[in-house]
Design a binder for this molecule. Structure first.
Ligand code: PRP
Ligand code: ZN
Length: 215
């Protein structure tokens, strides 16, 4: 077997996607305890290699053909996807369900989307937020923060935020309320539009059979 015929899959090293991703790898012959601090693993019985990386880096690893497949949230995928050259979604995986929402300070009275006009909105998702604002004909200022976005209104950095919500606990703890959902998200297995080699495609089919009951 040629060394370059091993299928490569990038998953999130640590975060909301890692637990569900590791569960899927258990179905591919990995034992959970086999994952420690290394960033590269070979499957025991399949020509499959795993890369553990930051989720935000995965779309670029696929685009640059460093890696064949990735698992990220639809939120991360759409934020980085070039609409002219989209990725191929192979399978929705049914875990890490969350939504990208606009939230306001609890004391604000929400009337309509128009109240965002002229406001400052903090987010880690500037592309998705700008697309939503443009679609609704809203001019607002976007401030990009890569984490702990919920703190921005308290610090008077922003009037509103646009961030991921899962249980809603983080919003509540920061005196914020969700007023509009702009994207529903879950983990997704994806690749580039380029076809895989025959051998890699065969490996992918084997994996998909093991994951057949997910949706
Ligand atoms: C997300 C998001 C919120 C939190 C929401 O963070 O940014 O802070 O989860 O979850 P909750 O509604 O259950 O409280 P994530 O774990 O993705 O980390 P990150 O913001 O550092 O990417
Ligand atoms: Zn992240």
């Amino acid at each position: 077997m040629l060394a370059n015929e091993r299928l490569t899959l990038a998953i999130q090293k640590r975060g909301r996607l890692s637990d569900g991703s590791l569960n899927l790898l258990q179905r591919c012959g990995f034992e959970r305890r086999s994952f420690d601090s290394a960033l590269f693993y070979q499957a025991p019985f399949l020509p499959l290699d795993i890369l553990l990386v930051r989720d935000d880096d995965i779309p670029n690893l696929i685009q640059t053909t460093v890696c064949d497949l990735g698992i990220v949230g639809e939120n991360c995928l759409q934020e980085q996807e070039n609409p002219i050259n989209p990725f191929e979604r192979v399978k929705a995986l049914g875990f890490a369900k969350c939504r990208l929402s606009i939230a306001l300070p609890q004391e604000e009275n929400f009337t309509s989307v128009d109240m965002l006009k002229g406001k400052i909105i903090a987010t880690s998702y500037p592309t998705l937020l700008q697309r939503f604002l443009t679609k609704n004909n809203i001019q607002a200022k976007i401030v990009v923060i890569s984490g702990s976005v919920e703190i921005a209104p308290q610090l008077k950095m922003a009037d509103a935020i646009c961030d991921l919500v899962s249980t809603g606990k983080t919003l509540a703890e920061n005196n914020l309320k969700e007023v509009m959902t702009i994207l529903k998200s879950q983990a997704v297995l994806f690749k580039s539009k380029l076809p895989l080699s025959k051998q890699k495609q065969d490996t992918l089919e084997i994996i998909l059979k093991k994951w057949a009951d997910l949706s």
